[in-house]
Write a protein that binds this ligand. Structure first.
Ligand code: SAM
Length: 291
């Protein structure tokens, strides 16, 4: 098979199959020949490893993964791409294509059934319209995944990997930090794709933690995180009082559990501060319910 990152080869394939790019499905295919081999090797594709790929497109990254890993399972939502993938991946007997929505798939079963005895990693050039839902699904399900290596919009990469306590951090940063260690591996220019998107991209690595930090109630913790960042300009006190409807005195007591600064703002908090705050608020809330 000719080089799939070659623009002429891509144009030939899509015109032969009558394929047109779908903006709605985030279809921007890689045409920079150096990017996929880098994602494959930095992503941990090698002997003894099974790779779950999300959104293979015409198979440019899939090919690189299949050369290095024992097995590749690629999940593609667009059924128009399946005949193209069957052709572009025909040389690889270790690849399976699943025509499904990644967010609807029972990932636990797929991993158990397809990757028995293998270490599992995820590699993807993600559809940007669902970057956060995909990353959060992979992390929240606590799947047996060693590493996730994903191409995302540069702005999303900055938000996902921002140090907690910095201006770039948000609810998704806290969630990603809680479940994993995340870092940007390298930047990718918009001209590396066809069609070329309006923004640049970067490749991010997420290493799921073997144990997440202990919190009293995880659902409550994530509610607090969501609400505290929903009104970023407000102080923590005002934002939680207004969005969660707790009495001001209760929220003040929870703030005093980690600082004496009542004007503290959500984006300045570190993970441990947020956990202490949420745990104290949860205890006070449960006590109030019992009274
Ligand atoms: N991997 C290819 C590449 O690098 O050239 C294509 C990447 S393109 C940015 C994203 C791919 O994800 C597209 O092929 C698109 O059809 C697919 N996709 C979009 N939404 C999806 C979903 N919910 N589940 C699975 N695949 C999806």
């Amino acid at each position: 098979m000719e080089k799939l990152s070659n623009i002429g080869v891509i144009k030939g394939l899509i015109s032969e199959h009558g394929f047109t790019f779908s903006k709605r499905l985030g279809q921007n295919f890689l045409v920079n020949p150096t990017v996929c081999p880098r994602i494959a090797s930095l992503g941990g594709a090698k002997k003894g490893v099974g790779v779950l790929e999300i959104g293979p497109g015409i198979g440019v990254l899939t090919n690189e993964l299949a050369k290095l890993a024992d097995r590749v399972v690629a999940v593609e939502i667009d059924k128009r791409l399946i005949p193209i993938l069957e052709r572009t991946l025909s040389e690889h007997s270790n690849v399976k294509i699943i025509n499904e929505d990644i967010l609807e798939l029972d990932l636990d079963s797929v991993i158990r059934e397809e990757f028995s005895g293998l270490e599992v990693v995820v590699c993807a050039n993600l559809p940007y319209y669902i970057t956060s839902p995909i990353i959060m699904t992979l992390l929240q399900k606590r799947l047996p995944i060693k590493r996730i290596t994903a191409m995302v919009q540069r702005e999303a990469g900055i938000r996902l990997t921002a140090p907690l306590g910095s201006r770039d951090s948000g609810a998704v940063t806290v969630a990603v930090n809680y479940f994993s260690e995340a870092r940007i591996l390298f930047d990718v220019s918009r001209v590396s794709f066809v069609p070329s998107p309006r923004v640049d991209s970067c490749v991010v690595s997420f290493e799921p933690r073997s144990e997440t930090p202990p919190v009293k109630n995880e659902d409550f913790f994530f509610k607090v995180v969501k609400f505290m960042f929903s009104q970023r300009r407000k102080t923590l006190l005002n934002s939680i009082t207004q969005t969660m409807g707790f009495p001001k005195e209760m929220v003040k007591t929870a703030i005093f559990s980690f600082t004496d600064d009542l004007s503290i703002r959500p984006e300045t908090l570190r993970l441990n501060d947020i956990i202490v705050f949420s745990d104290t608020l949860y205890e006070l809330f449960m006590e109030a319910l019992e009274d």
